[in-house]
Design a protein around this ligand. Structure first.
Ligand code: CIZ
Ligand code: SF4
Length: 305
């Protein structure tokens, strides 16, 4: 990475009074430049309590949209227009409308990996880091969860007294869907004492093999607090880089070398620089959509406390 471009980014951030939020799955070079690095929930919270004028989001588009929904008066930028999470487009407003009529007594909880339009039709938003707590605090016996069916399965296991219904037919993350039981079994033979940390977006057959199922921030916490010094990491590999730089004396083994989110990796140092320089690409959410989408996100923040 050229030192000049890093210096330019630092000085543009100051000149523009910009906050740089970086997701855990980003490249380590981008982690180094961030004002905050975290999971989508942590970053949404950070965006809500900033006094900066501009928020630059190095992450997936739905995360930048969440920041824009929470900050209607601020300029929210994403450095690449291609950083779109495919799962976020699986639960469409049309499906939301249809299933609302099919389950009139259910609360609709949508994963943060959804578009602003879909969030605007939901009762509550959830992230991998707070889903169980938020749904438990809802105090409703039936909850429709989507688009991620694996996350819905995980929530159901944690809260058996509530009926958790995954949205029929949708959806999953293509990165987390790659892990197979044999990936994990092989590594268990090689590193029998390693702790297996898996993301709730992995398939139920992989969830069963994990010692702990948690969000990326949850994995960072576990790596800090655990007595173990070896971990098999079952999520996107940006997190492996982040774990390695945070805990250099511990060993982190990626469960697959190809667990890479192509969309999140569309953000580069260069387009980050151009984003700050040219104010691009600005996230625009129609005000009527933002107004409706804010409620389930704020409700989530309230119930995660
Ligand atoms: O919620 C997030 O940030 C995602 C997409 C992953 C995780 O669990 O941190
Ligand atoms: Fe979407 Fe999966 Fe990439 Fe996360 S890792 S942004 S869920 S495609």
């Amino acid at each position: 990475m050229s030192i000049e471009i890093v210096k330019e980014i630092e000085s543009l951030k100051k000149d523009r009074n910009a906050l740089l939020l970086v997701h855990n799955y980003q490249d380590p070079k981008i982690h180094e430049l961030g004002d905050f690095i975290g999971d989508s929930f942590e970053l949404a919270r950070r965006s809500k309590f900033t006094d900066k004028d501009i928020i630059v989001f190095a992450g997936a588009e739905f995360m930048a949209e969440t920041a824009a929904i929470l900050n209607p008066l601020k300029k929210v930028l994403i450095p690449s227009s291609m950083a779109k999470c495919p799962m976020a487009h699986m639960l469409t407003p049309k499906k939301m409308k249809y299933y609302r009529t099919q389950y009139p007594n259910a609360i609709i909880a949508v994963y943060v990996n959804t578009t602003a339009e879909t969030k605007a039709m939901a009762d509550i938003c959830i992230t991998s880091g707070n889903a169980v707590r938020v749904i438990r605090n809802l105090d409703n016996k039936q909850v429709l969860v989507g688009p991620d069916r694996n996350l819905a399965h995980y929530i159901q296991q944690q809260i058996p007294d509530i009926e958790v219904i995954p949205f029929p037919k949708v959806g999953h993350c293509y990165v987390h869907q790659k892990f197979t039981p044999s990936d994990i079994e092989k590594l268990k033979v090689q590193f029998p004492e390693a702790e297996i940390l898996a993301h709730p977006e992995v398939k139920p057959s992989i969830q069963k093999l994990a010692n702990k199922i948690c969000s990326t921030n949850g994995m960072l916490k576990e790596a800090r607090n655990s007595l173990s010094d070896k971990f098999i990491i079952v999520t996107e590999n940006g997190l492996v880089d982040r774990l390695r730089s945070s805990f250099p004396t511990k060993l982190f083994i990626p469960a697959r070398k190809d667990a890479i989110c192509i969309q999140q990796k569309k953000i580069t140092i260069y387009n980050l620089y151009l984003s700050l320089l040219n104010n691009r690409y600005r996230i625009h959410i129609p005000p009527n959509v933002a107004k409706k989408a804010r409620l389930p996100i704020e409700r989530m923040i309230e119930l995660s406390g």
